[in-house]
Design a protein around this ligand. Structure first.
Ligand SMILES: O=P(O)(O)OC[C@H]1O[C@H](O[C@H]2O[C@H](CO)[C@@H](O)[C@H](O)[C@H]2O)[C@H](O)[C@@H](O)[C@@H]1O
Length: 297
């Protein structure tokens, strides 16, 4: 991965992506949920993956040479209920990880879950008068949603949240920011990138890791894919550790559909021509299916 610069449009990277796939024998596809598989919506309870993303994921899961992981800021049980089959799931920004049939929870996060719960109760009271605010208690972390809060009141929500977390959590909890959210969690050096590394460590070294995500907590995961991996940031123009960018979950679907068909055909050095079925040299570029779609913040 490169230093943090604005990622380039995915189409520009197809030669490199094809070459990364043809140098590998296996594929680990790690996918964020909100803003990546599912479009951003006002009520987090309404978030649903696009049908085309579900279909593409199903195709990838069925491939023997492919492993998949859903890596979300949501609680693991929540995100698992929203996505069909996947080989692994990481919830709460990587603090809980289900892989190979076994669930691992970060032990420090477990110990601090009580503090998170107490903070949620205190925040319900402290933010009661703010219209549109929503508090999502995810046990190991919590989210204060400000999407429906009027703009002028958002600084107040930030101040009150910081004050409550400081008072109850001290140095044990911290607040970070995401898309119209404040995330409260244990102050420990652990994130989605660690979940991606642990999942990749189960697989042979010739595995190429793909990570697709749209928010700040996905940045550690982009770094975790390594120099030979494929990091794709969804939406926005901001600097990122991802090399490539798509605009929307609709474009994620186009990429995943391509990956599940022509993309996996490239593994083990074969560069198959999608139209003729013949093998082509690695320098030949094939276009992604065209799609439209808008970014969301
Ligand atoms: O890592 P993710 O799977 O992307 O989860 C990050 C947070 O996503 C959810 O909030 C975001 O999506 C909501 C529904 O579209 C939207 O209303 C909100 O403004 C977004 O920030 C989720 O509710 C959080 O728990 C996750 O941490």
């Amino acid at each position: 991965m490169t230093a943090e610069t604005p990622p380039r449009r995915l189409e520009v990277g197809l030669v490199q992506i094809r070459s990364a796939l043809s140098a590998a024998s296996r594929l680990l596809v790690c996918l964020d949920f909100d803003g990546t598989l599912a479009p951003i919506v006002d009520d987090p309870a309404d978030a649903t993956p696009l049908d085309r993303n579900e279909e593409a994921l199903e195709t990838l899961v069925a491939e023997r040479a492919v492993s998949t992981a859903i890596v979300s800021g949501r609680a693991l049980a929540d995100v698992r209920g929203r996505v069909g089959e996947s080989d692994a799931y990481a919830g709460n920004h990587g603090l809980e990880l289900l892989r190979n049939g076994s669930l691992a929870v970060h032990p420090v996060a477990s110990k601090r879950a009580t503090l998170v719960g107490e903070s949620c109760s205190a925040l319900e009271a402290a933010l009661d008068s703010v219209p549109g605010v929503r508090i999502e208690n995810k046990r190991l972390t919590a989210t204060v949603h400000t999407r429906a809060v009027p703009d002028p009141l958002r600084p107040l929500v930030r101040r009150r949240t910081a004050a409550v977390v400081d008072r109850l959590g001290g140095t044990d909890l911290e607040v970070s920011r995401g898309k119209r959210v404040l995330e409260i969690g244990p102050a420990i050096p652990w994130g989605k990138g660690n979940a991606v590394e642990l999942t990749a460590a189960d697989l042979p070294p010739e595995t190429v890791v793909v990570y697709v995500g749209d928010d700040t907590t996905d940045e550690s995961a982009f770094r975790a894919v390594g120099p030979d991996g494929i990091g794709i940031r969804v939406g926005g123009e901001e600097p990122s550790a991802a090399d490539w960018r798509v605009r929307s979950p609709t474009e994620v679907a186009s990429f995943l559909t391509w990956l599940g068909s022509a993309g996996i055909g490239l593994l083990n050095g074969s560069l198959e021509d999608e139209e003729t079925g013949t093998i082509r040299p690695p320098s030949v570029q094939t276009e992604l299916p065209k799609s439209s779609g808008t970014a969301d913040d």
